[in-house]
Design a protein around this ligand. Sequence first.
Ligand SMILES: Nc1ccn([C@@H]2O[C@H](COP(=O)(O)O)[C@@H](O)[C@H]2O)c(=O)n1
Length: 268
Amino acid sequence: MGIYFTVLSSGSTGNATVIQHGGTSLMIDAGLSAKRLDALFQEREISGAELDGILVTHEHSDHIKGLGAMSRKYNLPIYANLNTWAALEKSVGAIPEENRRVFETGEKHDFGSLRVESFGISHDAAEPVGYTFDDGTEKLSVATDLGYMSDKVRDAISDSDVLVLEANHDVELLRMGRYPWNTKRRILSDIGHLSNEAAGAALSELMNGRIKRTYLAHLSRDHNMMDLAKMSVRDAMESRGCFYRDHEFKLCDTYYDRPTPWDRVGEP
Ligand SMILES: Nc1ccn([C@@H]2O[C@H](COP(=O)(O)O)[C@@H](O)[C@H]2O)c(=O)n1
C-alpha cells in the first residue's frame, strides 16, 4: 500500500504536510490560510475533501492559521492534546463537538492500517508534539519546532525510513542577523528551534542504516539557505564520524512557497 507524503509548505510563514496511506489522508498542521492551502492541494492534485483529519503539533499561528477554516469548510476532525486544544481555542473559531478529537501526547491512534503516534518535543508552546506514521513496513516521522533533540524524540523517530526534521538556522547568521536579542535568545534556547549544526548532530546519532532520506524543514528565510543547511548538516554528521554515500542517504529540500513532490516512504 505504502505511505505517501508531500510537505505542502514549511517555515515560519506556514506549515502543512499531507500523508496518504491506502484510503486514509491526514494533514499535519494547517498553518496557512484555507485559500492558500487549497491552492497547494491543487498543485498536488488533491482536495481538502479527501482528508480524514488534521493533526496539530502546537498552537503557534504558523501551524494553525487555517485550521478552523479548513475544518469547517471540509467538515474535518481536528486532533490535538488537551493543553493544545486549550491554547488554540481562541484562534480556531467554532468547531462542532464531533470534530474536536483528543490525541494525548504519547498515544497511538490507528487510521485504517496506519498507526499514528505522537511524541513530546521541547518548544515554547503549551504541549508541542511531533508525529510518527507507521504501517508495519514503512515509517515516516515529522519533528519540527524543537529546541533540542531529547532522548525521547530520538527513541520515537530512530526506526524511521524517512524523517522531516527541522534545520531552522545557521547559528552565526542568526547571531549577526536583524532579530531582536530576545527573539534570538528564544530561537537558540532549548525551547526554540534546531540549528543546522544541531540537526546534523542529531542525525549522526540517529543513523542506523534504516533512515534513507531526511527532509530539512522549517528553514529560516533570514538565517538559512537550503544549500547551506545541507552542507552544514552533512559537515556536522561527518565531524562526528557519520559518513554516508549519496545512494545510501539523502538530504531533501522543503519550501516555504511550494510543495515537495509526492514521495513514497518505502522507496529506496
Ligand atoms: N521578528 C521575528 C521573527 C521570527 N520570530 C520567530 O522566530 C522563529 C524563527 O523564525 P524564522 O522565520 O527565522 O524561521 C519562529 O518561531 C518565528 O515565529 C519572531 O518571534 N519574531
